[in-house]
Design a protein around this ligand. Structure first.
Ligand code: ADP
Ligand code: MG
Length: 615
């Protein structure tokens, strides 16, 4: 029988390997930038077109390559960085696998120009799908420039899998941040479609962070420093009051390499315990230095997952170091061990069930009782107002308070009998709504009891409203008497520019959208003036975060984000008018039964269902 096993040709093997190394344009950016750093560059330029789908170019002024090295660099397992497996335990370079260039060249059109300082001329190599198509002598500055065009040109399935330009650009920007944050001593430039996104001069860590994430960052950083036998920790955490709703600025670097570590992330979060809400994320930029032999960065081809020898110790050190820094810089009580945690936790009060004074003027409650016992009116009001009227119903299934229960029966009876009200008034009364547990709005309908989820229903209403306004551009704007100046970082500003037109359509008015500051002169009626900054922050974060998976139009994405951020929340007390408006507006919607996030907005408990309970 004939032998059937064959060695794969190199270009096929390279394509397969490329699948691991290059997932998207951002992976190419990472590899090329890391090579530039390994080559000792002091200035690195990143040039992107169309989210990297058309062009990714990295230009460095590093050591360059000889003609032979230039050709060899595209071979698989060709590296100048290690010579034996032992070297793996003493790595001081970013790369070492010798796979990146070979992989990239297998799935794109690559053009490399490189010159060593001591060579008079450089070499230009063009490679398409692993094949060298041209090699020429060129005059080129010292260093290396690599352009990667038409990524995945020969793997259509992968190319189609790429997301929109904006999404890919965001991934690239993330990689850029990760590299730029560890090398403040290197100057970086980042251009996208001809415009400069970042221009980062040589500086120190703290300023580098500010240059990337906006100058407002400077005052928010608390330094973290600790040196032990196991690890040296430096860097910054953000003050708790600047914690974000979305995972934004969270960076761990181990030996100058960006890493992901849910375990260490937990250690930092634990240090913030009691200082921020559980659904908020602290910002941090933490640089760990460990003995290279105590860390294994080889377990993942893209090398963001690492294994530390002694993770538990690292966890404990990190947690106490961050805690200590927060304490030292007066942002947390240092001796918080014996305290009632609630006392040190400002947000805990917010989370407690608050009895809102609004309830006391909820005149819709108990109108019958008022008139039937005119003398005792004040008293009965007092009682309900203190407890919150929904609390009256809360205990019904557990321990029935006979007195309260009977008073409820009496009032509904009097209404039905209509002894005090005309028929019309009784009708009105019957059509009225009430709120249950600050979560549901209840009303009677012909077939039974209507229960509306206030938050989801309002999301639906706002979603349809905003969607309409964005498309027909008819949002009503409320002019601000005193225009508001808000600061944003470059990335946020880019998003804001992207969605500006839609925001204008729904009633936002911006006077200038310049570097870092934005002047807001008008907002939609539904946006409270006090919350403009927060709303915009959340909008940008949510928009960046993933609603935009390419399947929805920008208008839909925005309408969703807006509705999510502006809808009435569970826990909010609604007055009678708002309750009625909610019911009416919901049923005026095109699709009243589902929230924009595909959750049920209301249900009807039928008379039959109720009857069953009594059978
Ligand atoms: P690795 O970085 O793992 O060694 P790569 O495929 O990324 O593998 O690169 C292969 C080799 O090409 C490197 O080891 C290095 O010698 C050389 N090289 C790549 N990029 C550059 C660059 N920008 N400047 C100088 N040499 C480079
Ligand atoms: Mg490399």
């Amino acid at each position: 029988m004939a032998d059937i096993i064959k060695l794969l040709p190199d270009h096929v093997a390279n394509q397969i390997a490329a699948g691991e190394v290059v997932q998207r344009p951002a992976s190419v950016v990472k590899e090329l930038m890391e090579n530039a750093i390994d080559a000792g560059a002091s200035t690195i330029k990143l040039i992107i077109k169309d989210g990297g789908k058309t062009l990714i170019q990295v230009v460095d002024d590093g050591m360059g390559m000889s003609e032979t090295d230039a050709r060899l660099s595209f071979e698989r397992h060709a590296t100048s960085k290690i010579t034996s497996a032992q070297d793996l335990f003493n790595l001081h370079t970013k790369g070492f696998r010798g796979e990146a260039l070979a992989s990239i060249a297998a799935i794109a059109h690559v053009d490399m120009q490189t010159r060593k300082e001591d060579s008079e001329v450089g070499v230009q190599l063009k490679i398409e799908g692993s094949k060298i198509v041209s090699q020429e002598v060129v005059a080129t500055p010292k260093g290396t420039s690599i352009s990667v065009k038409n990524l995945f040109f020969n793997i259509p399935a992968r190319r189609n899998f790429l997301k929109s330009h904006q999404v890919e650009l965001r991934h690239i920007t993330d990689e850029f941040h990760r590299v730029a944050l560890v090398h403040p001593n290197i100057e970086f430039h980042f251009y996208n479609n001809g415009s400069e996104l970042f221009n980062l001069p040589k500086t120190k860590h703290r300023q580098r962070i500010a240059h990337i994430f906006g100058n407002r960052m400077e005052d928010r950083l608390v330094p973290v420093n600790e040196e032990t036998e196991v690890v040296k920790i430096s860097g910054f955490v953000c003050k708790p009051e600047f914690a974000k709703k979305s995972r934004g600025e969270q960076f761990f670097f181990a030996n100058d390499r960006f890493i992901k570590s849910p375990y260490l992330h937990h250690a930092v979060t634990a240090a913030f315990e009691g200082l921020i809400k559980s659904d908020m994320y602290p910002g941090y930029f933490l640089y760990l230095e460990v003995d290279p032999s105590s860390i294994d960065i080889n377990i993942h081809p893209t090398k963001t997952e690492v294994k530390f020898d002694d993770e538990n110790t690292l966890y404990a050190i990190l947690r106490s170091t961050v805690k200590h820094s927060l304490g030292q810089f007066n942002v947390a009580p240092v001796l918080d061990f014996d305290h009632d945690p609630n006392l040190d936790t400002p947000y805990a009060y917010k989370e407690k069930d608050v009895i809102l004074p609004k309830v006391t003027v909820d005149a819709s409650f108990n109108p019958f009782k008022e008139t039937s016992e005119s003398k005792g009116m004040g008293k009965s009001f007092q009682k309900t107002s203190v407890k919150g009227w929904e609390d009256m119903y809360e205990g019904l299934d557990k321990d029935i308070d006979v007195e309260e229960f009977s008073s409820v029966v009496i009032e509904s009876e009097s209404a039905v009998q209509g002894t005090l009200y005309t028929d019309e008034e009784v009708e009105e009364r019957l059509a009225a709504t009430f709120q249950l547990r600050r979560k549901y709005v209840m009303s009677t309908v012909r077939s039974g009891l209507l229960v509306i989820h206030q938050n989801r229903a309002h999301e639906r209403i706002l979603f349809e409203k905003f969607l309409g306004e964005i498309t027909v551009k008819e949002g009503v704007s409320q002019q601000l008497l005193f225009p508001l100046e808000l600061t944003f970082n470059k990335q946020e500003l880019a998003v804001l520019n992207e969605i500006k037109e839609s925001l204008t359509n729904i009633g936002f008015a911006f006077e200038s959208l310049k570097h870092e500051t934005v002047k807001v002169t008008g907002v939609p009626l539904v946006v409270p003036e006090s919350g403009i900054g927060t709303v915009l922050d959340h909008l940008i974060a949510d928009y960046m975060e993933g609603f935009n998976d390419g399947t929805l139009s920008q208008a839909e994405v925005l309408a969703k984000v807006l509705s999510k951020n502006l809808a009435i929340r569970t826990g909010e007390v609604l007055d009678q008018e708002s309750q009625l408006a909610l019911v009416n507006n919901l049923f005026a919607c095109k699709e009243p039964s589902l929230s924009p996030f595909q959750k049920i907005t209301y249900t009807i408990v039928s008379e039959g269902d109720i009857d069953k309970k009594f059978s």
